[in-house]
Ligand binder design. Structure first.
Ligand SMILES: N[C@@H](CCC(=O)N[C@@H](CS)C(=O)NCC(=O)O)C(=O)O
Length: 232
């Protein structure tokens, strides 16, 4: 049985997409990161980096429990364990990993910073907004060109798509003209239509942070004293 420490954010959603695709049993362990629950000592013992997602597989390698954090690690782990969504043939496997890490090193950080400087920064900083708006456009363009050649980022549907979709789907708030990215549109629609994606979105859906001002507690947890407190 898998315990999934999670919250309805793009990084959390990735793992819900995977477990719903696999159809494996799992327990949802909500960590309300808007209230600072990621700093609870019990959660810090699971992820010292105090971020969701994290997972405990009580039947890990050798039949012993394994604790995992970092969304790509959890996706790779589950793909390997269940032999799905990560091809076994070497060339195809490296292609999937390449697009998975394109998400981890590019799409996630850049889209995240764009959200920060456009939605959360206490005052507008035009240079920062422009920098991340440009990066987001550039990354949609990279995806669009790739998806002109293949149906999914890794070729067939894979953990690379599950990692990227939750970030790429909310384009309405990303200051892009989707007419420029028809292949991305086609890809988003194909993934949205998957029953597993729909099930993944139903989980914890009452807790999604809505666009607009956030509470003081939420700000402290994400960007303030709670986030930067020294912990021994
Ligand atoms: N690289 C990490 C990023 C995880 C991450 O940034 N999680 C966010 C939610 S999407 C979080 O838990 N934030 C709470 C915090 O920073 O305290 C991963 O892919 O798992």
């Amino acid at each position: 049985m898998l315990d999934l420490y999670t919250w309805p954010t793009p990084n959390g959603r990735k793992i819900h997409m995977m477990v719903e695709e696999l159809g494996i049993p799992y327990t949802v362990k909500p960590v309300n990161i808007t209230k600072g629950e990621q700093f609870d000592p019990a959660f810090l013992a699971i992820n010292p980096n105090h971020k969701i997602p994290a997972a405990v597989d009580w039947k890990g390698p050798g039949g012993k429990p394994i604790v995992l954090f970092e969304s790509a690690t959890i996706l790779e782990y589950l793909a390997e364990k269940h032999g799905q969504f990560l091809p076994s043939e070497a060339r195809a496997r490296w292609t999937v990993k390449q697009w998975l890490y394109f998400q981890m090193g590019g799409v996630g950080p850049m889209f995240g910073q764009q959200g920060h400087f456009n939605r959360y920064a206490p005052e507008p900083i035009p240079y920062a907004q422009q920098r991340y708006d440009n990066e987001v456009k550039r990354l949609y363009d990279v995806m669009n060109r790739r998806l002109g050649d293949v149906p999914y980022l890794g070729g067939d549907y894979s953990i690379a798509d599950m990692a990227t979709y939750p970030w790429a789907m909310g384009w309405e708030n990303r200051k892009v003209d989707m007419a420029d990215f028809p292949n991305v549109q086609r890809w988003l629609a194909a993934i949205a239509a998957r029953p597993a994606t729909q099930r993944a979105w139903a989980i914890l859906s009452d807790n999604v942070t809505k666009p607009g001002p956030i509470s003081e507690e939420h700000r402290r947890a994400y960007f303030g004293d709670m986030q930067y407190q020294k912990r021994s």
